[in-house]
Ligand binder design. Structure first.
Ligand SMILES: [Zn+2]
Ligand SMILES: [Zn+2]
Length: 278
């Protein structure tokens, strides 16, 4: 189970008092589908952050969409760790050795053993694959009926709630991911958001406000800013993630996230939920 230093993981700000965000906790390097590590850290420095989390994709079990083959951090995280250690010395901000782990219901024991072994500073748990679909790829759901697409979305939220209840992860990634693709957009209901908020209210997992599609595609943040009420009502604090795969996205999305946080006095930011520091 998770260890957490005293005081970490809670909110570091009071309501109505939101200074500029200090951390971008969701970025990708060449160890998955992102960019050269130094360029990502440099972009975080230029954006004025105090810290950046490197959260390459990590997938433990095979799938029908080839994600496991493309994202092999299971084999490369130690090499990545050496590289992070080298680069850390050169930059004036915190560089977190973290991970975005794909959550598949039923594989909790494997995930727990891997996360225990790998000892990342924090882990994002994300659901990308459900009911044989990749919910980031429209082509994998396009030929399904509306009822079938609803079932995919229901299954997604069931898996997401389970990932939160598992207490395996420090952060739950891009909460309403099915909204990202056109065939599933609009099928997320208030009840889905409430179920996620309920699970978060009794878990130490924190959600992220994810800017991965704030400009292109979806054109808004995850979760939908219009659906934040159940989270605010339950006093749930968020961390921020650009989900950047290229350096320029860190800067551009830092502006979006900063504007959003500044304009929402009821929106609470959580500290980076670190398990341990090297
Ligand atoms: Zn993701
Ligand atoms: Zn990501």
């Amino acid at each position: 189970m998770r260890r957490r230093p005293d005081g970490a993981g809670g909110s570091d700000r009071e309501r109505g008092d939101n200074p500029a965000p200090r951390y971008d906790l969701h970025t990708h390097t060449r160890f998955s589908d992102g960019s050269e590590m130094a360029s990502m850290i440099e972009a975080a420095v230029a954006a004025g952050y105090d810290g950046v989390g490197l959260t390459d994709h990590c997938i433990l079990v095979d799938d029908d969409h080839g994600r496991r083959d493309r994202f092999d951090l299971v084999e490369t995280y130690e090499r990545r760790r050496h590289r992070i250690d080298e680069l850390r010395e050169r930059y004036p901000i915190d560089v977190f050795d973290a991970v975005e782990c794909n959550y598949v219901p039923g594989t909790e024991a494997r995930l727990e053993a891997f996360l225990e072994d790998a000892d990342f500073e924090y882990a994002i748990g994300s659901v990308h694959l459900v009911e044989g679909c990749d919910v980031t790829a429209a082509a994998t759901v396009a030929d399904r009926s509306r009822a079938e697409r609803r079932a995919v979305v229901d299954a997604y939220y069931e898996a997401l709630v389970r990932s939160i209840e598992s207490e395996l992860f420090d952060v739950v990634g891009h909460v309403d991911l099915p909204e990202r693709i056109e065939p599933l957009r609009g099928l997320t209901t208030d009840a889905h958001y409430r179920a996620v908020a309920d699970a978060l209210a009794s878990s130490s997992t924190v959600p992220e406000l994810n800017a991965g599609r704030a400009r292109r595609g979806l054109g808004r943040l995850h979760p939908n800013p219009d659906a934040l009420e159940p989270f605010v009502e339950r006093d749930i604090a968020f961390v921020l993630g650009s989900d950047a795969h290229a350096p320029r996205e860190i800067r551009a999305r830092s502006e979006i996230l900063t504007d959003f946080v500044r304009d929402r006095p009821t929106f609470r930011l959580a500290s980076p939920p670190l398990r341990s520091r090297p």
